[in-house]
Design a protein around this ligand. Structure first.
Ligand code: PLP
Length: 471
């Protein structure tokens, strides 16, 4: 096992991917089974097609040299930062007031997590010689790896409470030490699809405020929520006087099915963003060229979508437009052409057809997720068990009783090589294989943001694999 970053779940995942994502292995499978497509239930992506209205607008805007003719700086393009700040301010409904100085545009949430971890470690050194981070597990392994790589001592906190994977806030607080300076919160938690309710988040925020702890909030899959009304952590943090202690990382990868675009962002207090920008200069003196038009379009039009679904006041789109214009107004001479692009994209906010298309795309995504989870319950409940209630995400975490006692790495490589099915087993999400063996039968994450026929084919193939390997 490689240990370049000494965080076991991360290394386990790399070992899985070393086979299951190897192009040579994929090619070899295609040679062995001509005509059988590999089915990916593993990578936690949204494998549906992205909204064409987003892709078309981004491609059109990206022809403008405004977005690629120069380095735009380690904070990322002002247009993208302004759009994110306007979006969050309007979503926050009065309690949250952001401006571009609190935003960094990044190449995906992964880059944002790596950057935040480095900055928060430097910050933590002001409080402790050995800053520690609490990571509720099971969760997305890159978070613990990024924190470890930055120098944190990472404490993986598992729940002892029956009926849930995500540790309660009381369990998290119990695990904290005087060295704890960061807690990672993932909404929805990947792989279990769980999330904290508003009262739990409020008590976490209060504790963090009183102990000078930053909350590192990962919202990459928040927007796909079935109901759309998740508790809004920045609003809670603002009410409790701890907004400066919140660092949010996010991206369009999952919520709009465009992981290859690498469009992410980080929101934090302005002094921390200033430090992060200095760190970021080394790796990212510019943000991805299409990030600014994509964020301008997506963040602004989503406000109109939210307003049309009743989750924002009716005047939210015009407020967002005003905030955007305010943020950019001081830079007309420094960034020639800024007015034309933002005016063109802002018009999309008023275009009912554009708003409707994005809204419909998200409605369709939610109904596909709902159909797919229904199918899992109806057709596979003898094959997979023990998965958490569905709360709106597209990852779930299942037991496979027939594979009890099987080695995790070897089995998942066999499922790939022999059956063409990519899956990701439990040790990728926390602790190590012996720990998972003590917790019960073979467990894996299944990602189900797939067209329903592909999901159905994946479940059938999983059944075949389990029947043969479980003999
Ligand atoms: C919880 C979580 N955060 C962040 C990421 C990284 O996403 P990206 O770097 O594509 O924005 C993922 C990807 O699986 C994830 O599941």
């Amino acid at each position: 096992m490689g240990t370049v970053v000494p965080f076991a779940p991360w290394n386990f995942m790399l070992d899985v991917d070393g086979v299951n994502y190897s192009l040579a292995e994929q090619e070899a499978f295609a040679r062995r089974r001509p005509g059988t497509d590999i089915v990916n239930l593993s990578s936690g992506i949204n494998a549906l097609r992205p909204p064409s209205v987003l892709v078309d607008t981004v491609v059109g805007c990206a022809r403008d040299p405004l977005f690629w003719h120069d380095y735009d700086g380690p904070e990322g393009h002002l247009v993208g930062r302004a759009a994110i700040a306007a979006h969050e301010t309007v979503r926050g409904g009065g309690g949250v007031r952001l401006d571009p100085s609190q935003v960094v545009v990044t190449a995906g949430a992964s880059a944002a997590l790596a950057l935040a971890s480095r900055g928060l470690h430097q910050w933590g050194l002001r409080v402790s010689d050995r800053p520690a981070a609490l990571v509720p597990v099971p969760t997305f392994p890159l978070a613990g790896a990024a924190l470890t790589d930055a120098g944190f001592t990472v404490e993986e906190v598992a729940s002892g409470t029956p009926g849930r994977w995500l540790p309660t806030v009381a369990e998290l607080i119990e695990a904290a030490t005087p060295e704890t300076t960061v807690v990672y919160v993932n909404t929805f938690n990947n792989p279990t699809g769980e999330r904290y309710e508003e009262d739990e988040l409020r008590s976490l925020v209060r504790w963090a405020r009183d102990h000078d702890v930053h909350l590192l909030h990962d919202t990459v899959s928040s927007d796909v929520s079935a109901s759309g009304d998740l508790p809004y952590l920045p609003g809670i943090a603002a009410e409790e006087g701890h907004l400066p202690g919140l660092v949010t990382v996010s991206s369009l990868s999952k919520s709009r099915a465009v992981p290859g675009f690498r469009i992410g962002w980080l929101i934090a207090d302005a002094p921390l963003v200033g430090e992060l920008a200095r760190i970021n200069e080394l790796a990212a003196p510019s943000s991805p060229g299409i990030a600014a038009p994509a964020l301008l379009f997506d963040r602004m039009v989503m406000i109109a979508v939210e307003a049309s679904e009743g989750r924002c006041p009716a005047d939210a789109p015009s407020r967002a437009r005003e905030l955007l214009a305010d943020s950019l107004s001081g830079y007309r001479r420094a960034i020639p052409g800024i007015d034309e692009v933002t005016t063109a994209v802002s018009k999309a906010l008023e275009d009912e057809d554009v708003v409707e298309r994005l809204k419909q795309w998200r409605t369709d995504l939610r109904s596909t997720l709902s159909d797919n989870i229904d199918m899992l319950r109806a057709e596979a409940d003898d094959l997979v068990t023990g998965f958490p209630d569905w709360r709106g995400d597209f990852n779930t975490f299942v037991d496979i009783p027939a594979l009890a006692g099987h080695g995790y790495l070897d089995t998942c490589h066999r499922i790939f090589r022999e059956f063409g099915l990519q899956t990701l087993p439990a040790p990728a999400f926390g602790r190590d294989e012996p720990w998972w063996r003590r917790r019960g039968p073979y467990r894996m994450r299944l990602s189900f943001a797939l067209p329903t026929p592909t999901w159905s084919a994946g479940l059938r193939r999983l059944r075949r694999a389990v029947e043969e390997l479980g003999r």
